[in-house]
Structure formats: C-alpha cells, structure tokens
Write a protein of this length. Structure first.
Length: 312
C-alpha cells in the first residue's frame, strides 16, 4: 500500500507541474562515473570506451567523467582518461577507493586522504575540473563530517560535483551482464526498453520536482555510469530524451546553473541536489525514496519489461 501511495503521489507531482514542460523545454547534460579497465566475457573495456565516446561525438556533446582512481590506476587507465580529455570531456575527482562517506566507519581524515590519493591520476589533464563527486552520492552522516568536508573542498576551490537526476542504470547493467553470462543469446529488447523508460521516468520526476522547488527550469546533470548498458543504448536514450522535450547540453554549461552552488542543510547529506533541496524543504517526504535510487525500487518493473520478451 505504501508503495502504491508513493507511486500515485509521484505521478501527481509530475501532472501538477506539467505546465513547465508545456511552456518550455528542459535542459539536460550527461556525466559518467567510474571509468574502468575491466573486461569480461560480456564486453571489453576498450569497446565500451570507444562506443561511449563515439556516441557523444556523433551528438556533439561533451560530458563529465568522474574518476575513481583504483579502477584506472594503470597505464591502460591513464590512456582511457586521456582519450576522454582529448575529446573535450571534463575530468574530475570521484575518490580513489570509492568508500561510502556516509558510513560511521569513515572519518573526515579517511575522506581527505582518499581524496588526495586520487589527484595524481587526474590533475595533469588539460580538462581537469575541480569538482568532487561523493561515492554513492553520500556526503556525510554527521554535521561535523559534512562541515569539515565542505570547508576542505572550499579551501581547494573545489565544488561538489552534484547531479540533479539520479537513476539506477548501474542496476540494469548488472542484471544484463548476469543474464548474458548465463545465456549469451539473451534478448536485449526488454533491457533496452526498460533502460529508456527508467531514465525518462526519473528525468521527468526530478525535472518536475526541480520546477516546484525553484520556480524555473534548471539545467540538469544526469548521472550515468561507464558501463555496458550505456555503451549499447546511450544514443537511443539521447533520441528518446529529445523526443520528450529535453534539450541535450554540455555538462560545463549545466554546471553554470546556480542550483549547484546550494549547500542543503540535511543529515545525512547527499543524494541528488534536487533530492537534497526537497528533503530540506520538508514538503516532499511522502515521495522521496531513501536511498534515492536503489535496486529494490526497480526490480519488479524490470521483470515486467523482461517478461514481455521471455520465451513462453
């Protein structure tokens, strides 16, 4: 029943704010977390890298690449980062070890050391931008840690590499990979349809919520991951976004929006900037999921799409 109520409230929010979509287009940029040099029987990282870069280039888009050091700390990883930098995409910090700063086990000093450990891998790039994206979008679970982190970033002229639209492409990718490992002949149609449906649904939700919160159209930053599902269907997603009144823009343009300068006063801190501002307002608790984008929310929906193409 609670899930049904949240479902109804979510779509009520979208309906009530649809006037913004009618009157003006929405603007959206792309950023990618966790580039890596891991290959398996499903796909090689070189093919994933080439596909992502080609699709962005064909659509005249520059994105942001948020680098987690442990995944690219090798000559191959350095070459991968170079390939994004050379095509004009910004390179930023996503920690070295990808630890959850919202955990009580991680101190501010742990965060600081991990942050600094990642710098040698990225700061020599010509398109290096001083932004930090927290792993799992978790900014801290105590006021002391949150304040210490914000002061530290400010002292280095760093900003938070916020996203405004969070989603679960990582989960769809995980299920797709597992399915292909079990059966290389797995039909991809259901995965493709759900991937596009899911990203569009989350984009509309956060766009509507942002319009309610700010009274205007913000420039969105969509969180995606460096993975197989995006390598396969990113261009299909771009087409679908355009067909649904979203204008694709470069990430550096999106980050000029003043919304990304916000410092929401919530504990624990994190999630997307729009989620955080909505939480801070206290007006949307009935429709804010926590964690905002987690696999249990999408499991049944994904099964529905996959069952459309399952062999009876």
């Amino acid at each position: 029943m609670k899930i049904l109520v949240k479902f109804i409230l979510t779509f009520a929010l979208i309906f009530l704010t649809c006037v913004y979509s009618v009157k003006s287009q929405s603007y959206i940029s792309l950023s990618f977390d966790d580039p890596n040099v891991t290959s398996d029987e499903v796909a090689g990282y070189e093919a994933i890298n080439d596909s992502l870069l080609l699709k962005l280039k064909r659509n005249n888009l520059t994105a942001a690449l948020f680098v987690c050091g442990k995944r690219v700390d090798s000559p191959e990883g350095n070459a991968l980062i170079n390939s994004w930098n050379e095509q004009g995409h910004s390179i930023s910090n996503h920690s070295y070890d990808h630890r959850n700063f919202g955990s009580s086990k991680m101190s501010f000093n742990d965060f600081k050391n991990d942050f600094e450990k990642n710098l040698p891998l990225i700061e020599s790039q010509s398109n290096y931008k001083k932004r930090y994206r927290f792993p799992y979008l978790k900014e801290g679970n105590t006021k002391e840690k949150i304040d210490s982190c914000r002061e530290f970033l400010k002292s280095l002229d760093y900003t938070n590499g916020y996203v405004s639209i969070d989603a679960s492409d990582w989960y769809i990718d995980q299920v797709l990979r597992d399915s292909l490992k079990a059966n290389p002949q797995t039909d991809l149609k259901g995965f493709k349809e759900f991937y596009i449906y899911h990203i569009l649904e989350r984009s509309r939700f956060y766009d509507s919520l942002a319009a309610e919160l700010t009274g205007r159209k913000i420039k969105h930053n969509l969180l995606l991951h460096y993975n197989f599902i995006n390598a396969l269907f990113l261009e299909d997603l771009i087409i679908a976004l355009k067909e649904n009144n979203f204008v694709l823009i470069n990430t550096e343009d999106a980050y000029t929006d003043k919304v990304y300068e916000s410092l929401p006063n919530i504990i624990p801190a994190g999630e997307s900037i729009i989620w955080s501002l909505a939480k801070e307002s206290g007006r949307y608790n009935d429709i804010l999921r926590y964690p905002a984008e987690d696999s249990p929310y999408e499991e049944e929906k994904l099964k529905y799409f996959l069952n459309k193409y399952s062999v009876k």
